[in-house]
Design a protein around this ligand. Structure first.
Ligand code: BES
Ligand code: ZN
Length: 556
């Protein structure tokens, strides 16, 4: 952490921590004071350290620490052992680690974690090798992150997990019964790392391992350094949802190497990563899949902009005012608008020049925090280089600081979904779909079709769609989710048991929150179902998902 010269106090973030003592490296007591807690932010811990430069804080985290989810055996695939997982981004790590919990801070760290057998511990740092045996059938695992990282990237998981190698520098951890499926879905990982390096330079973190967690993990993925955390819901059996892996891997450059200094610039992490993700997908799977995924995301971004209003602050990349809090980035359009910005710049300056510049940006700012202003200044200095005509064409400030979409936006290939869109239009009139065509379509094409169906469908048509296309039985969770959402919006009773089963196992907020929302929008019919299901499932969700759903279900 940073210690300014001459500083005699240090202030750490804490939330719900019970501090028992603070000492210096010789065991001498240091005075400390816990300040007033702020809603959702916790309380500052001020330590008077004098001229000491090493302090030891002895503390306990609370049983309700929001970063941590303690799973009972029934919530795991094996069903026999408990499990622990953490989620730090954006400001949750202060619930289990007293630290300067800002993305503009950098720290190296070391950890020794003791867990009862047979649990194995992984963290977002390099493993110190075989665990040492400790008291009462426990083992102590050690970890080291020797590169300075932002504190939100410290993560831990523990469970009955095993490892399988995927390539010379990559592998996957997961529960034994999940191992083969997870490894098969992730078989392209090493190729993804190679593709990413060809695009934007050396992978600087040594190993790239992943852990496929139980389904209660609240996100699709989290880019914890050297140990990406993944939901099992990306496993579709055909690698069609591995854009998630490309995304988390890309964060090894955009996010973990160069980090948004403030959450109001989350787009620097997420938008740049979404662009990078698409470039990896293009390199690995070709332009068809890449342009379809872009078109799908672009359409959903346009829907969100239309819904929020193209003058709403939440549709700007750099977030201001009320939107600038730690959570701002998750509800807005920063992912796909950020990616669109970079696709647009790429198309104007040319891919070759753009790639050279982006690689050099990562290099110049490696292991440092960055802001929107720095990003634009660097682009002007090293890419635009005073070319007035180019500067005018790019509309840089409008992209970053204004809401809505600038007029120079590069739209996705209109032909990306030509066939599917034709089928969707035809369905509107004939109410039939060509089963054979559907079976040939990619995951993105199927999702596009579902998004283009009439929003109001009678029960018979929903039943026919399900019968023809096997939607309720889909192994692709994105498709299953889209189907469930469509059925709930139509008060389709036969899909309620499946919805209930889905919501009882999956805790990924992106799926869970919209399904509860769809139910709550359906008057008494849906509200009764939502409340009944949530009463049973709430305790099984991570605090992130619980907070999201509380706003939807409890607010009523
Ligand atoms: N870093 C994010 C997850 C995140 C964002 C956590 C904001 C907390 C606050 C991660 O890289 C991410 O974007 N995950 C996405 C997947 C991606 C393919 C869009 C997700 O979880 O859905
Ligand atoms: Zn991300």
């Amino acid at each position: 952490m940073m210690a300014s010269e001459g500083a005699d106090t240090v202030i750490l973030d804490t939330m719900g921590l019970e501090i028992s003592s603070v000492t210096d490296s010789d065991g001498g007591k240091l005075p400390f004071e816990m300040g007033t807690a702020k809603e959702g932010m916790g309380a500052p811990l001020t330590i008077t350290m004098g001229d000491k430069r090493q302090i030891v804080v002895a503390y306990k985290s609370g049983p309700d620490a929001a970063a941590l989810q303690w799973l009972v055996p029934e919530q795991t695939a094996g069903g026999k052992h408990p499990y622990l997982l953490s989620q730090g981004q954006p400001t949750l790590n202060r619930t289990w680690i007293p630290t300067q919990d800002s993305p503009g801070i950098r720290q190296t760290w070391e950890a020794k974690i003791t867990a009862p057998e047979p649990l194995t511990v992984v963290m977002s740092g390099l493993s110190g090798g075989e665990p040492a045996s400790a008291a009462e059938g426990s083992r102590t695992f050690s970890f080291l992150m020797d590169k300075p990282v932002a504190p939100y990237l410290i993560a831990i998981a523990a469970g009955d997990i095993v490892f399988k190698e995927l390539g010379p520098r990559s592998g996957v951890w997961t529960e034994p019964v999940m191992l083969d499926k997870a490894a098969a879905e992730l078989a392209d990982t090493e190729k993804m790392i190679d593709a990413a390096e060809e695009l934007y330079g050396e992978y600087r973190w040594g190993r790239y391992d992943m852990i496929v967690l139980p389904p209660s993990f609240p996100y699709g993925g989290m880019e914890n350094p050297v140990m990406t955390f993944l939901t099992p819901t990306f496993i579709a059996g055909d690698r069609s949802l591995t854009g998630l892996v490309a995304h988390e891997l890309a964060h090894s450059w955009s996010g973990n190497l160069v980090t948004n200094a403030n959450w109001s610039d989350s787009w620097l992490n997420e938008g740049t990563t979404s662009y990078f993700e698409n470039r990896i997908i293009e390199k690995l799977y070709g332009t068809k899949r890449a342009s379809q995924e872009r078109a799908l995301n672009f359409a959903s971004m346009e829907d969100t902009i239309a819904e929020k209003g193209s003058d709403s602050a939440i549709t700007a990349l750099h977030l201001t005012g009320e939107e600038a809090g730690p959570d701002g980035g998750t509800s807005g359009v920063i992912y796909d608008k950020g990616a669109s910005f970079l696709h647009t710049v790429e198309s104007i300056v040319g891919r070759e020049k753009f790639d050279i510049w982006l690689e050099s940006w990562f290099d110049r700012h490696a292991f440092q925090p960055a802001t929107s202003a720095m990003f634009l200044a660097d682009m002007r200095k090293n890419l635009v280089k005073g070319d007035k005509e180019l500067e005018a064409k790019l509309m840089l400030d409008e992209w970053v600081y204004k809401p809505g979409l600038p007029s120079n936006v590069l739209r996705p290939d209109p032909d990306a979904f030509a066939e599917v869109d034709k089928a969707a239009t035809a369905y509107g009139a004939s109410r039939t779909l060509d089963k054979a065509a559907w079976s040939e379509w990619t995951s993105a094409e199927r999702l596009r079709l579902l998004s283009k169906l009439p929003t109001e469908l009678p029960d018979e048509e929903l039943a026919k769609l399900d019968g023809d296309l096997g939607l309720a039985a889909s192994e692709n969770n994105e498709i299953l989710f889209a189907w469930l959402e469509l059925t709930l919006q139509n008060r389709y009773e036969p899909a309620v048991p499946l919805t209930e089963k889905f919501l009882a196992t999956v805790g990924r907020r992106k799926f869970v929150a919209p399904l509860f929302e769809a139910l709550m929008e359906q008057g008494d019919w849906g509200k009764t179902i939502a409340k009944r299901i949530y009463a049973k499932t709430r305790d099984s969700y991570h605090a992130v998902t619980r907070a999201g759903v509380d706003r939807i279900v409890k607010a009523d």
